[in-house]
Design a binder for this molecule. Sequence first.
Ligand code: HEM
Length: 454
Amino acid sequence: MSILGDGRFYVRFLRDPVDCLIRLERDPDAKRDFVRKGRQISFLLGPRANEAILGDPDTFHVQPITLPGPEGSAQRRIGEGLVNLNGPIHKRHRKLLVPPLAGSALDAYHAPVTDAVDAMLDGWRPGETRDLLGEMNGLAVRVSAATLFAMEDPVEAERVASTIDRWFKMNTAPGVRLFQRSFAGAPYARMLRAAQEVEETMLALVAKRRAEGAEGDDILSRLIRAKGEGGAPLDDVELVGELTIAFVASHETTSKALAWTLFLLAQHPDETRRVVEEIATLVGDGRPSVEDLAGLQTLDRALKESLRILPPVAFNVRRARRDAEVLGRFLPAGSTAVFSHYLTHHDREIYPEPERFRPDRWVGFAASQFEYLPFSAGPRRCIGEGFTTRMQKITLIRLLQRFRFTIVPGSRFDRHQAVTVAPRAGVPVTLHPADGGFARVPVVGNVRQMVELD
Ligand code: HEM
């Protein structure tokens, strides 16, 4: 049966892309190119397709994750961040954005991140029920605001973060996307107004930081000081675009990655016990140092395996700027290429028993960048990988030092796809003292299509 031959495929794909991708993969006869509104959409699956697409960013341009907005609008300006850019402007901005998120620059964020995690955990008590997706989202928002913008006043940080968050959610809402008309009261018009609010808030923040001398270790201050090729730094409008989009790219993904990892740990008591033992041996009860993070190999492998089996970015798309050929298939200029991190990570040729959460598969095994790509691959690979890896490790260490947790019985785990994949109803858990008594509570839902849990 050809699932792409079915005209309803596109609607089904929008509703549950992972399910469609899995079906496509399982049916070798399925049509993989189809046409919608005169444009070809091609599904190009597997490591060789990833390499052909991601290795050639001049031919395959990204599709913005935010709506373009009218010429000269705040919507258009604040969307001008790395994830959305192509061509020479992307190259210029990337050179400026990488250094504040690389190497020893990351050490400066260790203490603020640990403080934010501890502040969250100080409010938790054994016996409580909490949604770990909601908690991780709140944490990732606070951490992103603290490190990107260095905002000391938590109330002000929360206000800026929620202004951006509200605007970004409007960008992904079907009602806004499908009906882009700006008459009064229309959801699209509300989004354009929210964009103005974001821009005003962020411009004020940039002006304040400049007035203070921009001497801090936060990313905004570093970017204000950074010099591009020929000495041209980012101007205020460019800074606002980059910070707004980096804020979205940072917390949207990190919160989902942490939530899925905590879910997987709750479902794999033996693996969790090993992680906890390693933390007890190498870190003890105190705050981890920067050096401690590098030594925790069991934790490292658990995180790596979590991002393999449940990558927050399950698939992505590119637009062909010119006629191209990928693995013998013709893509006319203007066509869309869909490729999948999720399917690549579940390819049994690369990963035996792909639906099994087995962190030890990484002992003595290395995958190529196009076989393992939770952070993408090639010249546009994620620039936040080092930052988020450290942040996730600190969060898991501090949480597991203080608590054990079990999934609330009867919970349902279905995926929800927006820009990233998240557990639709969150990760509801009961908190316990860190007493080592790990136990799995059976769950239902379509997550079981992605991970074997028995
Ligand atoms: C677990 C967490 C994260 C995951 C899974 C993730 C994943 C990704 C992926 C798949 C891409 C490529 C997007 C594309 O192909 O169009 C990407 C790009 C990007 N990410 Fe991340 N990311 C994470 C965390 C972060 C953080 C913490 C930051 C910022 C501090 C960040 C900033 C960016 C930026 C700016 C880009 C665009 C790079 C470019 O196009 O040159 N990400 N990320």
